[in-house]
Design a protein around this ligand. Structure first.
Ligand code: SF4
Length: 380
């Protein structure tokens, strides 16, 4: 049974300076062809109605990510959601299902928002990134700061109240980005959810090239830590709870879809580059739109590859995902060798039988998980 469905929409109008995603840059999005291709993938991989819905009610979350899903023409988006609703048995309404659309602020018009709501979208994740126009230009974003507030108001007017804002932090010094001001601007729009992303330099991006030729420099690690911790203090003071290393929400507004990933539940992905997980094996589709489209058109599988997790990989992944979240990890599987040092350093807290990271611990999450497993190997 599919409870959590991800649909990847690969189109963008241009490439942001830091982005290494597999996207298809298009002035005109081939919406109808895209929807037909995704629905053909769904039919070809059809597990049968019994696997799609069951007594517990089938689909619980649907996430349209990208790319820029808000570039899909509204009639194509409506057709896609109607077909998915039929396929996964959530009729007559998608309202009990969390249906998220990733959107860029410039795509949020009154007409689009009204049609999205009518199609069943009840949560929008807006790629805000910053409220500083110079910074947005440096990022090659196609919106300006004023569009962010306008988009939030337009979504609310259309009946979409569950709004998340993405913000990027730890930007190069020379941009003189005022992080506290950006946090304040974001909070003043009263979003129900905020996601934070520290800037990373990915190979073959414009940012990577700028750095290679000395045109820009990344800030030192301490700036990353300072801004991350400042966001914790600020968002916490305004009633947001960090329920995952990069995500904070008001009460009742955690992302149910992403929470399913972090708790290791199975999910199904459709579209280029989409991943699926059945609890043991993970498979992923061809990443490039053209390769994916051709495979489906020729009746071939769109799956590029798959991996079955070994018992060790499962344990490692479970520990990593659990420590990412505020749920934490069961103390019963944590070797005691590092525990007192971590508690003393203020990187973790224990609560009943759980080990949870503090914000300082989340800053060194990878190192903590790696040490956990080295300690376990030494003990075994
Ligand atoms: S909008 Fe998102 S997916 Fe598209 S180029 Fe920018 S960061 Fe990448």
């Amino acid at each position: 049974m599919v409870r959590h469905l991800y649909v990847h929409v690969p189109f963008c109008q241009r490439r942001c300076s830091y982005c290494d995603f597999s996207i298809a840059v298009r002035k005109h999005v081939p919406g109808s062809e895209y929807v037909e291709t995704v629905l053909a993938e769904l039919r070809s991989a059809d597990p049968g109605p019994a696997a799609r819905s069951g007594p517990e009610g089938g689909l619980q979350t649907l996430y349209l990510g990208g790319g820029t899903p808000s570039l899909l023409p509204a009639p194509d988006l409506t057709r896609l959601l109607t077909s998915l609703r039929e396929a996964f048995g959530s009729t007559p309404s998608l309202d009990d299902v969390e249906v998220t659309l990733e959107a860029n602020p410039e795509d949020v018009t009154p007409d689009a928002a009204r049609l999205w709501r009518a199609a069943g979208i009840n949560r929008v994740s807006l790629g805000a990134q910053s409220f500083d126009d110079r910074v947005l230009q440096w990022m090659h974003r196609s919106h300006d700061a004023a569009r962010i507030g306008a988009a939030v108001r337009t979504l609310r007017a259309a009946g979409i109240e569950n709004i998340s804002l993405d913000l990027i932090f730890a930007l190069p010094e020379e941009l003189h980005r005022d992080w506290e001001r950006d946090l304040q601007q974001a909070i003043s729009l009263l979003p129900s959810h905020i996601s934070l992303y520290g800037l990373t330099v990915e190979p073959r991006t414009p940012l990577d090239r700028w750095i290679s030729r000395g045109a820009t420099q990344l800030p030192a690690d301490d700036r990353y830590a300072q801004e991350y911790l400042a966001a914790h203090r600020r968002l916490h003071a305004d009633g947001y709870q960090f329920y995952e290393v990069s995500n904070a929400a008001l009460d009742g507004f955690r992302s149910r879809h992403n929470s399913a990933y972090w708790s290791g539940r199975p999910y199904t992905g459709l579209g280029p580059a989409a991943h699926s997980f059945d609890g043991r094996a993970r498979r992923w589709n061809l990443a490039a739109w053209e390769a994916y489209r051709r495979a489906i058109a020729e009746g071939r599988s769109a799956v590029e590859s798959e991996e079955v997790l070994s018992a060790e990989q499962e344990q490692l992944e479970h520990a990593y995902l659990a420590l990412r979240t505020s749920e934490g990890l069961s103390l019963s599987i944590v070797p005691s060798v590092h525990l007192s040092a971590w508690l003393q350093q203020g990187w973790v807290v224990t609560d009943a039988d759980r080990l949870r990271c503090t914000p300082e611990g989340w800053l060194r999450l990878d190192a903590l998980v790696a040490k956990l497993f080295v300690a376990k190997e030494l003990a075994s």
